[in-house]
Structure formats: C-alpha cells, structure tokens
Design a protein around this ligand. Structure first.
Ligand code: PMP
Length: 432
C-alpha cells in the first residue's frame, strides 16, 4: 500500500519536511478569501493549483515593463521582451534538466502538447497494423489523441491493464511490446488514484525495442522532481497551471533527435525564414519551428516565476509535506463508516479518491462546498477507467504545498455531516 510506505518514511524521519506552511499560505492571496462565508479549503489542486504572489507579480511586471511581441522588433522594448522570453525557456530547460534549450516547446498545456506529438511524430511513425500502447488509467488527453491517430492509420491501440490496487500490470506491458509497437504513452501520476507510475522501468523496457516514450506529466510536475535525462523519456508534457503557474501555458519537452525530424504542427508566422508563394524555402530552427504564431509570453514569464517559487521551497520538502498529508488523510478518512478509498498503489502521491456508501459524489461535493471545501467530483476526464471500476465517479481531494492537517480535519468533519444530510440537490447530467 502506497499510504503505508509513505507513513513509514514519515515515521523514520526520512526526508522530514521543513516547511513553514503558514508562510507559504501567505504567498497565495486567494487562500485568505471566503466562499459561502467560510474560509476556502482548496483540495482541487489536481484540477488547477492556486497562484502565489510571485507569479502574479511577474505577470503584472511583464505587462507593466516589458510587454512586446517577441522575435520581430529591432527596438529596445522588443529586444527586452525577447530576452525575457528566452530566459524563461532556459529556466524550464534547467528545471527539467533537458540537454538543450530548443528541446522546450511551449504549448497551451498538456493537452496541446500530447496532441502535438500525436499529430506530428505519431503521424510520421505509426502506419497500418502498427501498435500504440497506453494504460487504462490515462486521462482523456492521453487517450483520445492516440485513439484518433490509430483510427486514421488503421493501427491498434493497446491498453495496459491496471490492477485493483491501481498499479499497472507490468508483465502485461512487457508482453505487449514488440516490433509493431511504435509509441508508448503513459501518465506520470494518475489524476484519478494518485498512482505514481514506475517511469524509468516503463521507459527502459520500451527502449529495448527502440520505441519512443511520451510521458503525460500533468500531475507529475508539481509533485515529483523531474529530470528528463535521468528518466531518459523521449517526451514529457505538462501544464503551467497545475504547478502554481498560469493557465494557457504548457511545455512539450522532446529529445532533439525527434524534434529535428518532426514535421510542422501548425504553420503561419514565426516558423519560416524564407517563403515563396509556392513553398517554405527556409525553415526557422527549433524551437520556433514548432511554435507558430505569437507565443504566450505572459504565460512563459509566469511559468518561470512558478518554477523559481517551487525551486526556492525545494522538492524534497514539498514531497515530504504532501506525503505526510496524504497518509494523514487516508488514515483519518478511513474512520468514516462506509468510506471506500480507491487505489493503494505501490507508490502514490497527493490524491485521495473516495466514495461514502452509496452517496453520489456530486452530493458529497455540494455538501462539502457549504463548508467552504473545494473537492472535485465525477469522472475526472477518465471515463473508461472509472467505468472499469464500475462506479459513477469518485470524490477527489488533491493536495498542494499550502494544505494542512487542520484542513484535512475540517474535511473529515464535513464528511460526517454529509452522511447525516438529506439529498434533494440538482446534479449535473453530464459526466465530467
Ligand atoms: N493529463 C492528466 C493526467 C491530467 O490530470 C490533466 C488535467 N486534468 C491533463 C492531462 C490535461 O491537462 P490540461 O487540461 O492542462 O491540458
């Protein structure tokens, strides 16, 4: 059980956290706001994280002092904006320990990053009868792009089974790999169960067949220190907004050897240095070749500030704090009669998914909202996975650096009230 492993680490003092949580909370203006006359308890960090003042200030500062379209002007302001944009990319490169700056491609987020890989590398590599491997626990963002690609190419989408604990069946995965496999695409951390996948092992197995591996890092990036060279992943995709940065900015890290061969994703301004009415005569080099149009400079600057913020706090302390919270929550919530916590994978992170008896997850979420508690309820954009579990959805509490045990206690108290409540609420009909 992942929870037990984490608790063990906490008890033995291994990687003890050393954070001043109140100081961290003070960095986030929204955390002092009230909703429904209650102080906000924000447990929806897997959907998006709140933003520290450092990120907000960086964005205001950029627009107040440096705003200009990048790459196109010879005047001082334009050069300044260009330099800030380039510096932000270097910050991302160092953060991921990527070998080259041009391996960092900006996107709108994880979803666009995966679509980018699927529609360029995917289209180039996958042919009729070929195979693409994903896992059962994938978010729609790492399922549907591959589904569509396989349909278009008359290829086969293979899905690694996930056991009741929430771990992928590694033997089944190994047996799936063969010379027809062209791509493996798996999530770093499950947004439904919090399972942390054994990426190194997954990648090295695929590499024995020379297969590139794409990691959906949407949930990984804020909760694990990512070193793309140590992992040896070929692509790592993530969103700024899930790591305390702004919405609308994300990154597709890709090994240069793949990016160099990849066809255009979108075309238009910024991708060519020579054009006739008939053709592109001179391509613009990476990373710009894959970033058509005006980029999200504000987003890149905000993402850089988020990276600096997390780096200053330190990932060891962040992970230790979140693991301690997760263990605490698992134990505390288990006391509630009828509580069903889903998943107990070998390694878990920051997410607890549950149901109480047969109370609908939306009803739990509605009631918790009356106590100022923000929970995510439903199918978490992973409908096939939730359907496989034969449930309507789950209630998900997901933790970030600013959450506390006191907030978990408040959740526990709210859930006791949920059990006592009468239900006559309107539930959304759609499954989110
Ligand atoms: N993959 C996973 C595992 C996710 O949790 C999410 C967001 N919920 C995504 C992909 C998509 O991220 P975004 O909406 O930021 O593109």
């Amino acid at each position: 059980m992942g929870g037990q492993v984490n608790l063990q680490a906490a008890l033995t003092g291994e990687k003890r956290q050393n954070l001043d949580i109140q100081k961290i909370r003070n960095d986030f203006p929204i955390l002092s706001k009230s909703f429904n006359d209650k102080n906000l308890i924000y447990f929806d960090n897997a959907a998006t994280t709140q933003k520290p003042k450092k990120v907000l200030d960086a964005i205001v500062d950029y627009y107040s002092n440096e705003n200009c379209n990048v790459g196109r002007g010879v005047y001082t302001l334009s050069i300044k904006a260009n330099m800030a944009f380039g510096r932000a990319r270097e910050t991302v490169q160092k953060f991921l320990n990527a070998e080259h700056t041009e391996e960092i491609i900006y996107t709108r987020g994880t979803t666009e990053a995966i679509n980018l890989v699927a529609s360029t590398l995917g289209r180039a590599l996958v042919g009729q009868g070929d195979e693409v491997i994903i896992s059962e626990m994938e978010h729609h963002s790492n399922l549907i792009p591959w589904q569509i690609l396989c349909k278009e190419k008359d290829a086969v989408l293979k899905v690694i089974p996930v056991n009741d604990d929430g771990d992928i069946d590694f033997d089944a995965y190994k047996n799936m790999l063969n010379e027809k496999t062209k791509i493996v695409a798996v999530t770093h951390i499950s947004n439904v169960l919090g399972t942390v996948n054994p990426l190194k092992e997954i990648i090295s197995e695929a590499h024995q067949y020379g297969i590139p591996v794409i990691i959906d890092g949407a949930q990984g990036i804020a909760h694990e220190k990512v070193d793309v060279q140590a992992l040896d992943c070929d692509f790592y995709c993530f969103s700024g907004h899930k790591m305390y940065g702004p919405m609308g900015i994300g990154v597709m890290y890709g090994k240069k050897k793949f990016l160099e061969k990849m066809p255009y994703y979108q075309t238009g301004g910024g991708i060519a240095l020579g054009v006739t009415y008939q053709d592109i005569t001179v391509e613009r080099p990476l990373p710009f070749k894959l970033e058509a149009g005006t980029p999200n400079v504000e987003g890149a600057i905000g993402l850089e500030a988020a990276i600096q913020y997390l780096t200053e706090i330190g990932y060891d302390d962040i992970i230790a704090h979140e693991n301690e919270l997760l263990d605490y929550a698992r134990k505390k919530l288990s006391d509630i009669e009828g509580m069903r916590i889903f998943g107990s994978a070998k390694k878990t992170s920051s997410i607890i998914s549950f149901l109480i008896g047969d109370i609908h997850p939306y009803d739990v979420g509605n009631k918790a909202n009356e106590f100022g508690i923000a929970l995510r309820t439903g199918v978490h954009c992973a409908i096939p996975f939730v359907d496989k579990m034969k449930i309507v959805g789950t209630v998900r509490a997901s933790f970030g650096i600013y959450n506390t045990k006191e907030e978990v206690d408040a959740l526990y108290q709210a859930l006791l009230q949920v059990k006592k409540a009468e239900w006559s609420v309107n539930r959304p009909k759609d499954r989110f």
